[in-house]
Design a protein around this ligand. Structure first.
Ligand code: 13P
Length: 243
């Protein structure tokens, strides 16, 4: 069975003072049956080490070290206490022009450092309206998931770009179609394709989480805005625990 993961991506949010939210979350969910993943900004990773949560970076460089001003290596993330790293988030694909090949190299760097790569994929609104969603998913899966991926070292996050931070959520039928497609592609390519954790991301909230988690092949969520406070993230965790 795939692992269930409620994951919070704090993006470029979070100061030392925000750590009190994790304390509140720990009081509520410190002994949860499922492992909770928090991806804070790089600056807070070390400070999260004492929490019971799995910690992830939001990006890594392809190299272990070297002359890459402003970048962070997967090895550094592991050294700071992370066990996961997001790669290929649509905001990085858009803001930094990241390609599938670069994302695959980042995922491979994550494996080399012993990190689990959360590889993000998803179509734009224009691509969906042009009927190209599954083609985009195929291209991104083929290009950004390394051959060395397996269900232990890789999580796939489906995040339709048009649903991120917009309050617009695909129908459960649309999520089901894409997740079933991703599952089939993973099973075609990897012997343990049935075991990969598949996350849905894009405007997940306490109010829609239970419906989304009832969709086949949805094993958790990658949550942006609603992961920033314990009050908003907690109901999503509860919904996944009881899914
Ligand atoms: P929102 O939950 O704010 O829509 O963000 C989703 C996301 O991009 C998580 O990586």
């Amino acid at each position: 069975m795939p692992r269930k993961i409620p994951a919070g991506n704090w993006k470029m949010n979070g100061l030392q003072s925000t750590l009190s939210e994790l304390k509140t979350l720990e009081d509520k969910h410190g002994d949860a049956d499922i492992a909770i993943l928090i991806c804070p900004p790089f600056t807070l990773i070390s400070a999260c080490e004492d929490t019971p949560f799995d910690i992830g970076g939001q990006d890594c460089h392809t190299a272990e070290s070297g002359a890459h001003t402003g970048d962070i290596s997967a090895e550094m993330l592991a050294d700071a206490g992370a066990s996961y790293v997001l790669v290929g988030h649509s905001e990085r694909r858009t803001d930094h022009g990241e390609t599938d090949a670069l994302i695959a190299a980042k995922a491979q760097a994550a494996y080399n450092a012993g990190l689990i790569a959360v590889i993000c994929i998803g179509e734009t609104l224009q691509e969906r309206e042009a009927g190209k969603t599954l083609d985009v998913i195929d291209t991104q899966l083929a290009g950004s998931v390394p051959d060395k991926a397996d269900a232990q070292n890789t999580v796939i996050a489906y995040e339709p770009v048009w649903a991120i931070g917009t309050g617009k959520v695909p129908t459960t039928a649309q999520i089901a179609d894409v997740h079933a497609h991703i599952r089939r592609r993973l099973q075609d390519r990897f012997t343990d394709g049935a075991e990969f954790t598949l996350l849905y991301g894009g405007s997940v909230k306490g109010s829609n989480a239970a419906d989304i988690f009832a969709v086949p092949n949805v094993d958790g969520a990658l949550v942006g805005g609603a992961s920033l406070t314990a009050a908003d993230f907690s109901p999503i965790i509860v919904a996944l625990e009881s899914a």
